[in-house]
Unconditional design. Structure first.
Length: 265
């Protein structure tokens, strides 16, 4: 995830300083924008049958939106809680890889790492890794994490309490709020052809398996999209490129000699 040096950008050069005010502004923008979507999670969770206490406990203790939405979505569809939890777990595994990167970038004291680990999510990683210096990365990580954690939990409570007050969330169409927010957060992350291919295949696998498998299992099936696309990409033309280049290099001089002989004749 989200060195004073090129460990931030991977280039190996010391980055230019960035004003603290600019870092705080960027971090607050991300924290507020994403934190407000906790309302959708609260509504979705209440609509899935979870109590206000259970909903708030998820945001306080799990604090990773994609996994939370996956969990309550599977439960709402009638899935086994263990299957739903498995799907949520696999979505949350990506935070482990963020943490490996951020441990180098932030270089926090050992006693602070368990606390900071709870805030290792997509948004804090993105803000921290975008900074040119370790000081800026720490500031961005802290402000983003604090803002997002507070707002996410407050809006989760508001959404769950409001959903309980209005009754049937399906009648209001609020059951679609969770998936809509999830797609809105996912879409900007699909930057290249490989990522778009993984997303498209995951959607296809999910739709095909949805009527055939128990609720919660289609999420696990959709997760197979990533290794499938990477395997196919590894067997594609680009993977064989170096070998063909070597063959072309070996044949090139021979072809040149043949052409030279032809010219001389």
């Amino acid at each position: 995830m989200p060195g004073e040096s090129g460990a931030l950008g991977g280039a190996g050069a010391v980055g230019a300083a960035k004003p603290d005010s600019a870092v705080v502004r960027d971090a607050l923008g991300v924290g507020v924008a994403v934190g407000l979507s906790g309302f959708a999670f609260g509504v979705t969770s209440a609509g899935a049958g979870l109590s206000l206490l259970q909903t708030c406990a998820l945001s306080l203790l799990v604090f990773t939106g994609a996994s939370q939405f996956a969990l309550v979505g599977a439960i709402a569809a009638g899935g086994n809680p263990f299957t739903a939890a498995a799907g949520a777990f696999f979505l949350g595994v990506r935070n482990t890889f963020y943490g490996l990167r951020l441990s180098q970038v932030l270089a926090l004291p050992r006693f602070m790492r368990p606390l900071a680990a709870h805030w290792v999510i997509d948004e804090t990683a993105a803000v921290a890794l975008a900074q040119p210096t370790r000081r800026a990365a720490r500031l961005g990580f802290t402000v983003t994490g604090l803002t997002l954690y507070v707002l996410w939990n407050l809006t989760t409570f508001a959404g769950a309490a409001g959903a309980e007050a209005i009754g049937d969330t399906d009648a209001w169409g609020l059951d679609a709020a969770g998936p809509a927010v999830f797609l809105a957060l996912l879409a900007p992350m699909l930057r290249d052809a490989t990522e778009r291919a993984v997303a498209a295949l995951a959607v296809l696998l999910g739709l095909v398996s949805l009527p055939l498998l128990p609720a919660g299992v289609p999420v696990l099936v959709a997760a197979l999209a990533a290794p499938a696309v990477l395997w196919f990409k590894g067997r594609g033309p680009s993977a064989a490129g170096p070998e063909r280049s070597r063959e072309a290099g070996a044949e090139g001089p021979e072809q040149d000699r043949e052409r030279t002989k032809g010219d001389e004749r």
